[in-house]
Each structure stands twice: as C-alpha cells, then as structure tokens.
Design a protein around this ligand. Structure first.
Ligand SMILES: Cc1cc2ncn([C@H]3O[C@H](COP(=O)(O)O)[C@@H](O)[C@H]3O)c2cc1C
Ligand SMILES: O=C(O)c1cccnc1
Length: 342
C-alpha cells in the first residue's frame, strides 16, 4: 500500500518520529495525490482571476471603488503587486486572467499574451436587482477556468494555486459561505478591504437583503444556481479551475477567503476535490476560519494576511517544496548510520 510505503520512508528519515510535523502530512498527501513514493513539485504556478461585480457600483459593500480591479490588473502586468513580489521571490509562475473586468482594454494590451483574455462580460449584473449572471455565462466561465488549468498541466505544472482580484468579491464569498455552510449572513460577512463599523453594518444588511431576495439558504444543494445568482466571473472560473486541477491530479494550494469560497462550490460539485488541497493560511477576514473548520483543514500559516491575489498560496508553496524535498534528500537511519530509538 502506497500510504504505508510513504509513511515508512518518512519515518526512516534521520529525525525523531513525527518531528517534521505538518510537513510530514504534506509529504504523505502529495505522494498520495501523485500516486508515487517519489513526489515532486514541478513548475508551481499561481493563476489570478480578475473580474468585477455589479454590486460594487453601489458602494454599499466595498470601501474601494470598482475601478481598482482594472488598475490592479495593470499593476499585476507591471510586476508591482504583492503577488508579483512573492512569485518572483519563490520562482513561481504567474498568469493573470481577465474573467470579466469592467473596462475596455486598449492596444497594445489587447495583444498582450500575458493577460489571458477570457472576459465573460464587463462585470456581473448587480445581484440586488437580479441574478449576477446568466446560466450560459456561468457555464462558460466554469469551462474557461478548466481550460486555463488544462494548458498549465499540459505544460508540466503539477502544483497550482489560485488568486483573485475583484472589488466587492468578499460579498459573493460571504453569501456562498452562508448558503453552503448554512450559517447566518452576519456570521460570514467580514470587513473585506477595511470596512469601518458603519460600512460593515451596511454591508451585512445589504447582503441579508440579497440572501432573502434570492433565497440562497435553499440553494445549498444547488451550487451552480447559487454561483449564478450571487457569484462573480472570477469565482466561477476558479471553481472550474479547481475541478480541472482535481481531474488532472494536480496539487492545489488554497489561498484565502474568496478562493476558499470557490473551493466550497467545487466541493459541492465534486467532494473529492479537497483531497488534493493544501491550505496555505488562515486569512484575517472573519469567516475564513469557520470555512477552514468546515473543510477539516489545518492551514500552514497564520500571518493575519487578508489580501487575496493568491499571496498566501505563494508563501506556502516553498513549504510544500520543502516537504517533498526532505523525502528525496534526507538520509535514512540506515544510510547515515544513525542509531534509532531504543
Ligand atoms: C489596492 C487593492 C489591492 C488588492 N488586492 C487584492 N484585493 C482584495 O480585495 C478585494 C475584495 O475586497 P472587497 O470585497 O472589500 O472589495 C478583492 O479584489 C481582493 O482580491 C485588493 C484590494 C485593493 C483595494
Ligand atoms: O482572504 C482573502 O483572500 C481576502 C480578504 C480580504 C480581501 N481580499 C481577500
């Protein structure tokens, strides 16, 4: 049995039993995902999906203006965002996807292959007024997310993390969490990019209205409908991306609040998707810890980060690499002539 074989390899390394803690669990998990006693991390990659949210034009749920989404996409392409810094530091590949940013790019950006152009529409519709997207838009977004992962997998990437950029998307994530975990909206909504007390009260009451309007409580076994009525294009593409990464046998490193909400959707569609997931960190966004508990996840890092973009995943990928490297490179008690426990 592979599990026993891997455990034995780990236990025979020159260290007290279990002394590499969570790294040992990760080594075992990566071996099982890759179905080998010699796990490897090759071409680790982060994909940032960017899209706008109709609700963000109201200013009821987001401290920053909608225009920041497009501005941050330009910042990603210019190499100046946090995710750029961490990916450069750790030699992680980075792709930026326009899933539905509310702007018209001009030349030469339209020809710039570093921005994957999968714009479904210029932002979702405002879900205070109706469904965020049509069923067709939702299906197309899921499919595009799958395609992005297929291409990376075909190019030799076996470890992937997802990030997002979309002003207002902590609201979609909170509604997804509320429905799928059957929790009151108020327990799922956090301050996002920094709502003050008054803004937080408005955000909660607005999202409670949305929850009633679309009866999201009743959609907990209908993840696609839920995604369609209150989701975002970046969240839909991430959901498809998780499903494809699972189908391709990739290791997935899960980032923060919004990316975990997309994973909750993917899990509602294919429960086994979580077997391939390593949880990078516990975000400072209220609600993330409860999401992680619901998934039975033990995040690697606790840094009070609440940024998104895949930043937590980028910081955790080196730890996953360390876990795999010790399996390959550490001596065993026998090979190094070290005495075992009496
Ligand atoms: C400059 C800036 C850079 C960011 N990078 C990620 N986010 C994060 O904040 C947004 C969600 O928060 P909310 O729901 O409160 O709008 C997302 O775009 C997320 O990725 C950013 C937000 C800002 C302002
Ligand atoms: O945890 C996250 O991913 C997060 C939290 C707040 C704002 N944006 C992202």
């Amino acid at each position: 049995m592979l599990r026993q074989e891997l455990q034995q390899i780990i236990d025979q390394k020159t260290k007290p039993l279990g002394a590499l803690g969570q790294l040992e669990a990760i080594a075992l998990q990566v071996g099982l995902v890759q179905n080998t006693s010699k796990p490897t991390i090759s071409k680790p990659h982060i994909v940032v999906f960017a899209a706008d949210h109709g609700i963000a034009t109201t200013g009821l749920v987001n401290p920053y203006p909608q225009a920041v989404t497009a501005q941050m996409v330009l910042n990603f392409l210019g190499g100046g965002a946090a995710i750029n810094v961490f990916c450069r530091q750790h030699h992680i590949g980075l792709s930026i996807v326009d899933a539905g940013v509310a702007c018209q790019w001009e030349e030469p950006l339209l020809q710039d292959t570093r921005l994957l152009q999968h714009k479904i529409a210029a932002g979702t519709a405002n879900y205070l007024e109706g469904p965020a997207m049509t069923a067709e838009q939702c299906a197309t977004a899921l499919h595009k997310g799958r395609e992005v992962v297929q291409q990376l997998s075909a190019a030799g990437c076996n470890t992937i993390g997802f990030g997002e950029m979309g002003i207002g998307n902590t609201s979609s994530a909170a509604l997804i969490m509320s429905s799928l975990l059957q929790l009151p909206v108020s327990e799922c909504v956090g301050r996002g990019t920094g709502a003050d007390d008054a803004q937080l009260r408005t955000k909660i009451s607005t999202l409670e209205t949305v929850s009633r309007l679309h009866q999201i409580e009743a959609l907990h076994q209908k993840p696609l409908e839920l995604l369609q009525v209150i989701g975002g294009f970046e969240i839909a593409m991430m959901t498809g991306a998780y499903l494809e990464a699972c189908a391709q046998g990739l290791v997935m490193v899960v980032d923060g609040f919004i990316t975990t909400a997309a994973l909750l959707l993917a899990r509602a569609i294919v429960p086994a998707v979580v077997n391939n997931c390593i949880f990078a960190h516990c975000s400072g966004e209220q609600g993330h810890q409860k999401m992680l508990e619901a998934l039975g996840a033990k995040p690697l890092l606790h840094l009070d980060m609440r940024l998104g973009e895949g930043t937590g995943a980028a910081l955790a990928i080196p730890l996953v690499q360390s876990a795999v490297l010790f399996v390959h490179e550490m001596a065993s008690f026998a090979s190094a002539g070290v005495s075992e426990k009496q």
